[in-house]
Design a protein around this ligand. Structure first.
Ligand code: ADP
Ligand code: PHD
Length: 433
């Protein structure tokens, strides 16, 4: 049995719905379907989820939201009417409208997936199962065993179902996952139902070695390991949510990334282990912009842990989430997403200067982190040197390099302005162009 997830781009309009039906009809094993909310397509420029987020803000500010609401309703009615789907979506929309005064933001924003899944279920002739009735959160995390128990009461083997992704519930209240969370919903269902395969359908024919908006004609990654995918997703790949890797990884469920627009053009297979042609240096390159590095220096800092403790207590006091902490003998560097320090950077810096007995403290802003990922890196650390030489030749100023011995990634810190250039350069070096 296959669990298949269709992303927002795959369910954006009636034309995309028809492609989904053709894919489902093509393989009887595709029994469990998870959908995101209708997303962007050639004709539709805004994701339903973003429209709902906008609607939520307007209604909370007591502003006029009728235009946004009309747009959302129009999108769903267009899909229903174009495909002549026999489902009373008007009634479901009326219920949501009646709830607008008092409902939670999570409830409202989740309605994109809810309505899309209802329409898809009726269109495919599958049963609709609401994620709120089984996908169970406990302390902000999915409780796998409660989720499995509840699903067992709703689903019988071999049934064909459609489930909305991106949300579940905690104590009967709708709870959203993070953006892109439908990938996680699909992976959890694949895990609980012991799927033979998890198919993740999107608008690219698999995962490319780098963001195709930066590297044109980028090579596809035909196969990669769960570990590599997790690192790449964490470092900014938005094709597959980082938290969707673990549920399929622990049960070794093969996962494929496929293209709804070109179902037979192949894709990327994610598995536990891969025997690689050793000529391929790097599996993939991902990155994210807008990081801040705070460097603290003290002679023999590694022997003065009390100083480090006082630095950490300042970070803790301001609830700062630190991404990583590369260190040397006399210095520690704290890497944080820039938004964490918005409005408080000056306070944090003056506290670090006045309270921690440091020799030096300074900030580097507007840093982009770029990771080259490959399982080969742990056994061939010289690959890192080769990439660095290459970046140096291209006059890219590397502000930071992080590589741990056992790690399968090397991370370069460069200025935001060099982000695209660095990714293109690492790519050219890695594929030998
Ligand atoms: N390395 C990459 N490989 C493939 N696609 C990528 C990569 N990096 C970024 N993308 C972008 O991710 C998009 C697919 O993710 P997403 O927008 O979440 O799709 P969906 O709506 O199907 O969930 C692609 O259209 C592509 O522009
Ligand atoms: N609709 C949600 C959840 C999701 O998974 O979407 P997509 O599959 O389109 O990335 C979002 O936009 O975040």
């Amino acid at each position: 049995m296959k669990v298949v997830k269709f992303g927002g781009s795959s369910v954006a309009d009636a034309e995309q719905f028809a492609k989904v039906k053709a894919i489902i009809d093509d393989d009887n094993e595709r029994k469990v379907v998870v959908v995101s909310a209708a997303g962007k397509s050639a004709a539709e420029k805004i994701k339903i989820t973003d429209l709902l987020i906008n609607l939520d803000k307007l209604r909370l500010n007591d502003s006029d939201y009728s235009e946004v609401l009309d747009k959302i309703v129009e999108r769903f009615l267009k899909i229903k009417n174009n495909l002549k789907i026999d489902f009373d979506i008007e009634n479901e929309i009326k219920i949501i409208e009646n709830n607008l005064k008092s409902c939670s933001s999570d409830y409202l924003i989740s309605r994109g997936e809810f309505l899309t899944a209802h329409l898809m279920a009726a269109y495919l002739g599958f049963k609709f199962i609401d994620a709120a009735d089984f996908m169970t959160f406990s302390n902000g995390e999915i409780d796998m065993s409660a989720t499995a128990d509840k699903l067992a009461n709703l689903y019988s083997e071999n049934e064909k179902i459609v489930v909305p992704g991106f949300y579940g519930s905690q104590n009967n209240n709708i709870q959203l996952m993070q953006r892109g969370g439908s990938d996680i919903s699909g992976a959890i269902l694949a895990n609980i139902l012991n799927a033979d395969l998890y198919e993740n359908w999107t608008d690219v024919s698999g995962i490319l070695m780098a963001d195709p908006r930066i590297v044109s004609k980028c090579k596809r990654i035909d196969s990669l390991t769960y570990g590599e995918l997790q690192e790449l997703s964490y470092m900014g790949f938005n094709v597959f949510q980082e938290e969707a890797v673990q549920p399929v990884r622990v049960k070794n469920i093969p996962t494929k990334i496929l293209n709804t627009n070109h179902p037979h053009s192949g894709g990327t297979l994610v598995v536990d282990r891969i025997k690689r042609n050793s000529k391929q240096l790097i599996t993939g390159i991902a990155g994210k912009k807008n990081y801040t590095i705070i460097t603290v220096k003290k002679y023999q800092l590694n022997k003065h842990l009390e100083i480090l403790q006082s630095v950490l207590s300042i970070f803790q006091k301001h609830n700062l989430v630190v991404d990583s902490v590369p260190s040397g003998t006399d210095s520690f560097r704290f890497l944080l997403p820039q938004h964490e320090l918005k409005g408080i950077l000056n306070v944090v810096m003056s506290e670090l200067k006045s309270k921690c007995n440091l020799d030096e403290v300074y900030v580097n802003d507007n840093i982009a982190l770029i990771a080259a990922v490959s399982t080969e890196l742990s056994s061939r650390p010289a690959i890192a040197g080769r990439i660095m030489q290459y970046l140096d030749k291209s006059l890219i100023n590397i502000r930071l390099v992080i590589q741990e011995g056992s790690d399968m990634k090397i991370v370069f810190g460069v200025s935001n302005a060099d982000y695209e250039k660095t990714i293109s350069n690492i790519y050219k070096n890695a594929v030998g162009q």
